[in-house]
Design a protein around this ligand. Structure first.
Ligand code: COA
Length: 192
């Protein structure tokens, strides 16, 4: 699996992925509506990855990458380098999704590892992962990767599900993640 920036060549695949995840109420592309210019969107993502202006969940600095396997987009990863009040409760540092046809092949676990790796490389020591209390798949991925359960908080005022909080720390990288090869992340700006 390769993690790389979104490119204009991804238009058809990314929009298909966006539609597929919309039925699960999960945004593949943040703040994107069908009919928006994809070229303009890619430029926005590039600008965000280069340091701003920030547009993904929470409006904080971070990085947005797509996961590719054998030439196909299989998911996406969003890493927040800082937390604001909303992210501290509901979003956490790392968000990822795997397209329905590519699940249960280890991609989710690998993206979690890559997201943590990006945070550690950025100098963070601890990471907060959140997930819906009823998201069986995400709970399994985080717990299997060694996330330490902290608490569950009530859903947001818009009727969201209760959120589980898990913590990872740089010093105690869990065995599952350590055993993964160093995830390949193409540097921002480099178009794979
Ligand atoms: C959650 C999600 C990212 C998991 O991705 P994935 O690529 O299938 O995860 P992995 O293959 O790394 O799974 C690792 C292990 O977690 C467990 N697991 C994963 N999905 C599971 C599910 N739906 N039910 C039960 N266990 C599950 C399994 O033990 C699995 O190992 P196995 O397949 O060898 O049994 C994916 O289902 C998804 O994108 N869901 C929608 C978006 C989402 O919820 N994102 C996370 C937000 S916090």
């Amino acid at each position: 699996m390769n993690l790389r920036p979104l490119t204009v060549a991804d238009e058809t695949a990314a929009i298909r992925a966006h539609e597929a995840l919309a039925s699960e109420d999960f945004p593949f592309l943040f703040d994107f509506r069908l009919g928006d210019s994809f070229l303009a969107y890619v430029r926005r993502v590039d600008a965000f990855n280069d340091g701003g202006p920030f547009f993904t969940e929470g409006g904080v600095p971070g990085i947005f990458l797509v996961a590719e396997c054998e030439g196909e987009i299989v998911g996406r990863l969003s890493v927040r380098y800082e937390l604001n009040a909303y992210l501290r409760e509901y979003g956490g540092h790392v968000g990822y999704c795997v397209l329905p046809g590519f699940r249960r092949r280890g991609h989710g676990t690998e993206m979690l590892a890559a997201g943590l790796d990006l945070l550690w490389r950025r100098g963070l020591d601890r990471a907060l992962l959140t997930c819906d209390d009823d998201n069986v798949g995400s709970i399994a991925v985080i717990e299997r990767a060694g996330g330490s359960y902290a608490k569950t908080i009530p859903g947001d005022q818009e009727g969201g599900a209760d959120k589980r909080h898990y913590l990872f720390s740089r010093d105690s990288s869990p065995a599952t993640l350590r055993s993964l090869k160093n995830p390949i992340v193409s540097p921002p700006g480099q178009k794979a």
